[in-house]
Design a protein. Structure first.
Length: 81
């Protein structure tokens, strides 16, 4: 099993995910307040892109650490992206 070992990168990833969580709470509030569907869609898209960026940041960290074989990183990218 691979884990993130770089504490600074781990904190950065957790911080990014906290922002995504805030975005999702904002989407929930928009829905609850009967906001325009286009505005909700825009915010959902922003949250999805932020999650994608978090994923690729984590993959980059794995590659930089050099502990994960290239074929395993490739398989993970195919499976989850």
């Amino acid at each position: 099993m691979n884990t993130l070992r770089d504490e600074e990168k781990k904190r950065a990833l957790l911080s990014r995910l906290a922002r995504v969580e805030g975005q999702l709470r904002g989407v929930q509030k928009l829905i609850d307040e009967d906001a325009d569907c286009e505005k909700i869609a825009q915010q959902l898209t922003a949250a999805r892109k932020a999650l994608d960026k978090s994923f690729y940041s984590m993959v980059a960290c794995m590659i930089e650490e050099g502990r994960t074989p290239v074929d395993q990183v490739t398989n993970m990218l195919v499976k989850f992206s």
